[in-house]
Design a protein around this ligand. Structure first.
Ligand code: ASP
Length: 603
């Protein structure tokens, strides 16, 4: 076999006159009838033009060349020359071509389902996934794989420089409730016993801190059997870290450095010191715990003003538990926000439980305090104060939300994003990073009348909250709701790319969390006995974070399709279209595992 001397994106005018061997896939074949046959050969690095000269080449060679088809795998030996037909500025190798002296067809290719040349329209994603090995040949996909590699390599280098050890943790684990549904694997040796695939290595990395490993890193696969969501995969990858003898600031500093290194190394973007927002501030001002701050449209509380009106929508909301009235100023909205858009907004917020969106245009004229349309006459009594509070200028529109705090902020937070998109207010060239911290430790779910950990049950209360937490009566909703955790999220452009916390290293605190989450002592011991033991036997203060690698790479590559950044992804219902997984297995495999399948209609 001819062995490569160069890759397909390497030859330049410096190489003219040299004999070279290249190998790759036939990207295109052109016979212009001028006595020359041109073939572009592609490998992972790029394209090089090969040329066969009908006058000089042997008949054998020409016969071989004439039979070449797209995606045939070839190697060729030849001499580099300056391109006869003038340079091709679109190719990095566009100054030169290789005049072929010897050709080896390493593999003939059947007609491929599509051509991976990124030129024409892409086929449907289903076709791409079914033939992923062809799809991944596309230069755009190769770029993504390379970026992903760059990120993991940067992670390994950066964390190594900061004293982290890469340590693997098990894939076959004990099923412990961590929020999502587990993937289960039956044990052959112990009938009726099951392993779970890890939702994250959370407990293991904490145990590594108890083991004295000090700083841990793992680029690990996590498995969560969640319902289909466009931006999620059931199997995803985290850059997972944990550190001993640290407080929140220490973790944030190291992790911020990592983000800075990645953006610098991959995109050449300098990330400034990250802004910080408390969870409460994020919710108050943006209605979401991962605000996109590339544009304004902040939520402003006007409850005190609303209370002075007779507007039932406002006053009714203020009578609710934690009732609020909030407003968004849309600069110039009188022109840009059409009636059709604002009517749509009232419909839009209904999915978040809100009743609608009262709207007022500020024209500065008329006899309702300068406001027009919709809610204008109701807000006339507070017109001047509203103008001042919101900094309104003539031509602005105000969108209102009035409801219990959670409903109102959520609805307006989503609406803010929608208006931002509708009016093209988001500057896509910006990178806006921030930390969100001081999350509530628990949230109460009315549906099942119980508490849930907002992060996960191993997150510590903030140091100044420990005493209050230990003292809190779990039936005192306000007291529990007010406990702030030592958790933190890192957000870029409105998307959470990492989350972590300082962990509980005190057994009594951990036990109280389990009790609060509704676990009896036996249950807690049954599920987490090993962790509770570890906390008794010398657990250092520790904390960490996990970055979503897929999400990081999506940002760095500018795609919003998570499947684009995973070499072999699954569809939204967890199917691998290429290998056809999941699939039925032979009955004796099941018998061996002591598993019987219940047919659908027998259920
Ligand atoms: N294990 C957590 C998660 O997967 C991250 C962390 O707290 O470090 O969300």
């Amino acid at each position: 076999m001819l062995k490569r001397t160069h890759h397909c994106n390497e030859l330049r005018t410096d190489h003219v006159g040299q004999e070279v061997v290249l190998a790759g896939w036939v990207n295109s074949y052109r016979d212009h009838g001028t006595g020359l046959v041109f073939i572009d050969v592609r490998d992972r690095e790029g394209l090089t033009q090969f040329v066969f000269d009908r006058e000089d080449a042997s008949q054998d060679l020409l016969d071989q060349a004439d039979k070449l088809r797209n995606e045939d795998v070839i190697a060729a030996r030849g001499t580099v020359r300056v391109r006869d037909g003038g340079p091709n500025p679109k190719l990095e190798t566009g100054q030169v071509e290789v005049v072929v002296a010897e050709l080896q067809v390493l593999n003939k290719t059947a007609n491929p389902p599509f051509l991976p040349d990124d030129q024409g329209d892409l086929p449907k994603e289903e076709v791409r996934l079914r033939h992923r090995f062809v799809d991944l040949r596309r230069p755009a996909m190769q770029r993504i794989l390379r970026t992903r590699h760059r990120v993991t390599k940067t992670a390994r280098d950066y964390f190594d420089e900061h004293g982290f050890l890469e340590i693997e943790t098990p894939i076959l684990c004990k099923s412990t409730p961590e929020g999502a549904r587990d993937f289960l694997v039956p044990s052959r040796h112990q009938p009726g016993h099951w392993y779970a695939l890890p939702q994250s290595p959370q407990i293991f990395k904490q145990l590594l801190m108890v083991s004295g490993c000090d700083r841990y890193l793992q680029i690990c696969r996590c498995f969560r059997d969640e319902d289909p969501r466009a931006d999620r995969q059931a199997e995803f990858t985290q850059v997972d870290c944990e550190m001993s003898f640290v407080e929140r600031e220490d973790v944030m500093e190291v992790m911020e450095g990592f983000v800075r290194r990645v953006w610098g190394e991959v995109l050449g973007v300098e990330v400034p010191k990250l802004d910080r927002l408390t969870y409460a501030e994020a919710m108050d001002r943006y209605g979401i715990d991962r605000p996109d701050r590339r544009f304004g449209l902040e939520l402003v509380d006007i409850s005190d003003l609303a209370a002075k009106t007779d507007f039932k929508v406002f006053t009714g909301a203020l009578e609710k538990r934690r009732g609020v009235v909030k407003a968004i100023r849309v600069p110039g909205g009188a022109d840009t926000l059409t009636r059709k858009l604002t009517d749509g907004y009232s419909e839009f917020v209904k999915q978040f439980g809100a009743g609608g969106v009262p709207v007022a245009k500020y024209t500065g004229a008329g006899d309702t305090g300068g406001f027009e349309t919709g809610a204008a006459r109701f807000i006339a009594p507070i017109a001047d104060e509203l103008v001042e509070r919101l900094g309104l200028e003539v031509g602005d529109t105000v969108l209102f939300g009035a409801d219990a705090y959670d409903v109102c902020t959520k609805a307006l937070g989503e609406l803010r994003l929608k208006v931002g998109r509708d009016l093209n207010l988001i500057d896509e060239s910006q990178w806006n990073f921030l930390w969100v911290y001081d999350f509530p430790m628990f949230e109460y779910h009315e549906e099942d009348g119980r508490w849930y950990a907002l992060h996960h049950p191993f997150t510590a209360p903030n140091p100044d909250q420990v005493a209050a937490f230990l003292a809190a009566d779990i039936n005192d909703r306000d007291a529990v709701e007010n406990i702030v955790s030592a958790g933190y999220d890192i957000v870029v452009n409105g998307s959470e790319i990492g989350g972590g916390s300082i962990r509980i290293h005190d057994q009594s605190v951990q036990s109280k969390v389990f009790t609060l989450l509704g676990m009896s002592e036996e249950e807690a011991r049954g599920k987490f006995g090993f962790l509770l033991d570890a906390l008794r036997f010398g657990a250092p203060p520790h904390g960490g974070i996990a970055f979503g690698l897929d999400r990081l790479v999506m940002h760095l590559c500018g795609t919003d399709n998570i499947r684009d950044v995973i070499a072999f992804p699954k569809t939204q219902i967890g199917a691998d279209l290429m290998s056809d997984a999941p699939s039925p297995v032979a009955p004796d495999q099941l018998t061996e595992l002591h598993v019987r399948v219940i047919e659908e209609d027998a259920q």
